[in-house]
Design a protein around this ligand. Structure first.
Ligand SMILES: C[S@@+](CC[C@H](N)C(=O)[O-])C[C@H]1O[C@@H](n2cnc3c(N)ncnc32)[C@H](O)[C@@H]1O
Length: 214
């Protein structure tokens, strides 16, 4: 299986944390508060799995999916280190090959939809939504959609700095910031909550929770 992160995967979590002054890891775990022990969640494009470990500590059953062996090896090292109480199921595959439809209380795609181009991203969002149980949650954490005025230029700068590096070193595609709230709504999930993560008052990341009709 193709590993788009073989070159830069090792530093992904540390760099993201430093780059965002800790906001990216906060964004990744923001919606776990809605989970009860025993809930089933799937994390698409899990990477090093900050939210997978935290969810497991809450007694949640986590399925972690990623195409990259490098990323999953780092997740496994963290599992070995933190020994979370509930086992994390690791699936090394393309998310489109996961066909456990309507099985999950929550499906999370953190900084995942941003790797896809304009034609593919709605299909990926739709697939994630199809994995959510009726009445369950689809959660997307990512770069903030640029606002109007000077704030928007700083938000764009924040995105283009990051994507330029990853488009050059991985299979991520260079593109404008997608409207992640719109993508969630486009799957039929109704947005219930948005949490913003700011630096000096500027919204740079957001976590969006949509609810699938019951
Ligand atoms: C930008 S990284 C984000 C990683 C992690 N979610 C985070 O926030 O740190 C995107 C991840 O999605 C994975 N990925 C990309 N396309 C995928 C696909 N079609 N199926 C499963 N994982 C995929 C990549 O291997 C990578 O680990």
């Amino acid at each position: 299986m193709k590993d788009g992160y073989w070159l830069v995967g090792f530093q992904y979590e540390v760099t993201g944390t430093l780059y965002s002054l800790g906001r990216i890891p906060q964004c990744k775990v923001a919606m776990l508060k809605h989970l009860q022990p025993g809930a089933k969640i799937l994390i698409a494009g899990v990477g090093h799995g900050t939210e997978a470990i935290e969810a497991s500590k809450l007694g949640v059953h986590v399925t972690a999916v990623d195409l990259s062996r490098t990323m999953l090896d780092h997740l496994q090292k963290r599992i070995d280190k933190f020994r979370p109480p509930t086992p994390v199921r690791i699936v090394h595959d393309d998310i489109f090959n996961v066909k456990e439809f309507e099985q999950y209380d929550m499906v999370i795609g953190n900084f995942f939809l941003n790797v896809f181009g304009e034609d593919t991203v709605p299909k990926v969002a739709q697939h994630l939504s199809a994995l959510v149980k009726p009445g369950g949650h689809l959660v997307v954490g990512d770069f903030m959609l640029p606002e109007k005025g000077w704030r928007g230029w700083l938000q764009r700068l924040n995105w283009y700095l990051a994507i330029s590096i990853y488009a050059a070193t991985t299979e991520a595609v260079l593109h404008p910031v997608w409207n992640y709230a719109g993508l969630v709504e486009g799957t039929g999930c109704k947005v219930q909550e948005i949490q913003y993560f700011r630096i000096l008052g500027l919204k740079l990341y957001w976590s969006i929770r949509g609810k699938k009709p019951g």
